[in-house]
Design a protein around this ligand. Structure first.
Ligand code: SAH
Ligand code: SF4
Length: 355
């Protein structure tokens, strides 16, 4: 598969798009099956030291109340997840590194692994390799860190000084540690054309990722990019074309139907993504009272609902499109080498207490 192939698929003329979607759905069924993996996401803190130009949690945004959930409160949610079929908990927050905070997160991961049957995915941004290693030793199974864009200049402009190289080095460290790695990008950042979209998908394939999350970029009025429309605003079908082509390019990756699809196509965006290549759904498991303050972008669904509603709703949504719920943790399908790497490194390691 070459960049040219990706570009050709992305250029599928409108009358042939249904056929592209069907092909992607078929590849998804062949390699990943009909069962959808549920990964419940707990957005446990919106405190962020970064100032990413597009994101509502950026440190310069004073229009939200900052919160940090207590470990016991997070555990209470995690304990209830398995009964809803959510066999993975995704712990996500703003990026606010501190030694005490990073240690506390490690202790929380270890408690979740001890007290629940869940796989643990973490998504809290860039950290040194030693911190990732510590979390892995505590039991972290997977890590999500999008590269956001494959355009290094654009990356620098959007991330107050951070570089794409640094971000890719983090992914490299995680991979070397035997952690299952997820990355991805926002579709339609300003200036994106078909070539750039093809580059973004190509980078996902080249990184040989276990999980790939892509979702439309949504301008947030509480950020400096509030007036910068999505590059595909006039052709939002391109969001689905991107998912379908991503599936063709990466047949065995876990691909979530990301929440941002519902912000653009309310009530049906994620369902359509699941029918056009995706095989994972991430119900929002954040307690209702925090959701309003975790709006990375506007029109995020379910911000007014109480915890638990998303868990019930997703089951109905999946049933309506004829899909089942996966049993088991839904680990990487890429290869199984990581499992023995992690087991070995845990055996060799005296434990995480020396962080
Ligand atoms: N702080 C962590 C995790 C939270 S942000 C991190 O940055 O990795 C999670 C994801 O939200 C980001 O990777 C980004 O792709 C997405 N995001 C942020 N603002 C967005 C916006 N305006 N539109 C669409 N996605 C956005
Ligand atoms: Fe913070 Fe992540 Fe938002 Fe950047 S994208 S401002 S790191 S929460």
């Amino acid at each position: 598969m070459t960049k040219r192939d990706i570009l050709d698929w992305l250029s599928t003329p409108e009358p042939e798009r249904e056929s592209l979607y069907r092909q992607a759905d078929e590849v998804r069924r062949t390699h990943m099956g009909d069962a959808v993996h549920l990964r419940g996401i707990i957005e446990f803190s919106n405190v962020c030291a970064n100032d990413c130009l597009y994101c509502g949690l950026r440190r310069s945004n004073v229009a939200l109340r900052r919160y940090r959930m207590a470990p016991d409160e997070i555990l209470d949610v995690a304990r209830r997840m398995a009964e809803w079929g959510q066999m993975t908990v995704v712990l996500q927050s703003g990026e606010s590194p501190s030694r005490a905070g990073d240690r506390a997160l490690g202790e929380l991961i270890a408690r979740i692994k001890r007290e629940t049957p869940l796989a643990v995915t973490v998504s809290v941004g860039n950290r040194p390799r030693g911190t990732y290693a510590y979390w892995r030793d505590c039991g972290m199974d997977r890590y999500l860190l999008r590269f956001e864009t494959s355009d290094a200049d654009l990356y620098r402009r959007l991330h107050d000084g951070g570089s794409l190289e640094e971000r890719l080095a983090c992914l490299e460290s995680l991979r070397a540690l035997g952690v299952q790695v997820g990355s991805g990008f926002m579709i339609g950042l300003p200036g994106e054309d078909l070539d750039r979209l093809a580059e973004n998908i190509y980078l996902c394939a080249a990184l040989d990722l276990d999980m790939i999350g892509i979702g439309p970029y949504i301008p947030n009025p509480d950020t400096p990019m509030g007036n910068e429309p999505n590059a595909w605003a006039a052709a939002p079908e391109m969001f689905f074309v991107a998912i379908a082509v991503l599936r063709l390019a990466c047949p065995t990756a876990h691909i979530p139907a990301t929440t941002a699809f519902d912000a653009v196509f309310p009530g049906r965006g994620r369902d359509l993504a699941l029918q056009r290549g995706a095989n994972v759904f991430m119900p929002n498991s954040t307690p209702g009272r925090y959701r309003r303050d975790y709006q990375l972008y506007p029109n995020k669904p379910c911000v007014d609902e109480e915890s638990g509603d998303c868990a019930a709703c997703v089951l109905l949504r999946l049933k309506a499109i004829g899909r089942t719920i996966a049993i088991g943790p839904g680990h990487s399908r890429r290869n199984t080498a990581w499992a023995s790497t992690v087991a070995d490194s845990r055996k060799k390691n005296p434990g995480p207490s020396n962080f």
